[in-house]
Design a protein around this ligand. Structure first.
Ligand SMILES: *Cc1c(COP(=O)(O)O)cnc(C)c1O
Length: 436
């Protein structure tokens, strides 16, 4: 399988697309085609088994093809349960993507990318013994998932940059508790400055002749592919049990998670409607309503991991479905304000006895706004992107109780944390990498 940049000027293979992340023309890599299946053709039961079958064609002709099964079992090794909500009148279930090491769905993509890159490295340039240095700038969630995923993997090391005093205490702990091949840099600046430092490092010719640098950001095709898998698996479980297509409601920020759902549907998986829930950053709902693509600066909301004003993966979505009318047939999108997020967390805790993180709450709010005929006449799966204990201050205020910390997260919070202070200068980062 070949991978092309959406602007069409660059072509590479799977490993090339994973190592580069972004295409040299600044656009994103997409596979040359999406394979199509009949639901009955996929036999696997677990997410890892479904992944091995579903992703095989994406791995054809790659040095990683013989490793796909091992990558799926290595990366997709935690539960992704589909839980029915009993108290509900309609047929409603929640797909819980938050049982990985850092308790959010980004663990899926980060673990898959790490497992794949670890296996791709030895075949790249066997004479080159230098480690691959992965740099990530993070405003909270991504950095922890990437650090956890690459921790103690061979031939690779991770530098995480985060803005001093701008991440929550629990988030900071998840960025700084790793050690070994992970270094955490507390930058005396904001997130944009962290990101600018990483950008300069990637384009610094001296640094790049001496060091092998790579990125692991969320636009990497190696993070997108496994996100197709849990939609395929959940829709197949539902289809095998009930013989119908499930509709999905997905919390959306940069649109990577939701794009997995759209790709799974385009690949023939039994998926009906796809509804995106955004927070008050309403670039996507506005675009679907008006046809005008108007990226804008992001605004801060309670669902902070979705504070995106210029969602990158829209480029991939429009590449797949260029016609606006057709796109509107496949996806709908609704914005959700902070007041509604708070109210929804309280309401669903009372109704189902379940506490949602603020991101997940946007999707449940959208579910509640659907016309009753639609809610009760069709099966719905709402996607839960993070464990509520990650956002304990917001959730506990809304429900008036403490949220129990799940064992995986508790274990992380027990680990000693350590970070290195770094001034917000690209030269300081270069120096740290050279002296590693
Ligand atoms: C990143 C994130 C999102 C948004 O996902 P996108 O792929 O950027 O749309 C939603 N919820 C949580 C908890 C996240 O960490």
């Amino acid at each position: 399988m070949r991978y092309f940049s959406t602007q069409g000027s660059h072509e590479t293979n799977l490993v090339g697309a994973m190592l580069k992340g972004l295409a040299p023309d600044g656009s994103l890599f997409v596979p040359e085609e999406l394979p199509r299946f009949e639901p009955a053709e996929i036999r696997g039961e677990t997410v890892a088994e479904v992944g091995t079958e579903l992703l095989a064609l994406f791995f054809v002709d790659s040095t990683l093809a013989p490793e796909l099964e091992a990558i799926c079992h290595d990366a997709l090794n935690f539960p992704i349960p589909l839980q029915t909500l009993q108290a509900e009148q309609g047929d409603l279930a929640v797909l819980e993507l938050f049982h990985g090491p850092t308790a959010a769905f980004k663990d899926v993509g980060a673990r898959f990318l790490a497992a794949a890159m670890e296996r791709a490295l030895p075949g790249l340039d066997p004479g080159d013994a230098r480690p691959l240095t992965i740099l990530v700038a993070t405003s909270g969630d991504t950095g922890g998932a990437v650090a956890a995923a690459f921790h103690r993997r061979h031939g690779m090391r991770v530098g995480v940059l985060f803005p001093k005093d701008q991440v929550s205490p629990r988030q900071e702990h998840q960025l700084t508790c790793w050690g070994d091949n992970v270094r955490s840099f507390e930058v005396d600046g904001n997130f944009d400055e962290c990101q600018a430092m990483v950008k300069v490092a990637f384009t610094d010719p001296d640094l790049n002749t001496r060091q092998r640098l790579s990125a692991a950001n969320s636009i990497n095709v190696g993070r997108l592919l496994p996100q197709v898998v849990y939609y395929a698996a959940a829709s197949l479980w539902h289809h095998r049990a009930q013989g119908t297509q499930a509709n999905f409601i997905v919390p959306a920020g940069n649109l990577g998670n939701a794009l997995g759902c759209v790709w799974a549907r385009a690949m023939g998986m039994p998926i009906g409607s796809i509804i995106l829930a955004t927070n008050a950053n309403r670039t996507i709902p506005d675009f679907l309503a008006t046809g005008d693509w108007q990226p804008r600066p992001s605004i801060q909301t309670l669902a902070s991991a979705m504070d995106v004003g210029d969602p990158s993966n829209m480029e991939r979505l429009r590449h797949l479905i260029p016609d606006l009318g057709e796109l509107r047939q496949v996806v709908e999108a609704y914005p959700v304000e902070d007041v509604a997020i708070r109210q929804q967390i309280a309401k669903d805790y009372a109704r189902y006895g379940r506490a949602w993180c603020p991101h997940t709450a946007t999707a449940f709010w959208v579910y509640d706004q659907l016309p009753q005929t639609r809610r009760e006449g069709e099966p719905w799966i709402v996607v839960a992107t993070a464990h509520p204990a990650k956002f304990d201050n917001i959730v506990e205020e809304a429900i008036g109780e403490t949220v129990p910390v799940p064992p995986e997260l508790a274990a992380l919070l027990e680990l000693p944390a350590r970070s290195e202070a770094l001034p917000a200068r690209a030269s300081a980062l270069a120096q740290a990498i050279e002296g590693w």
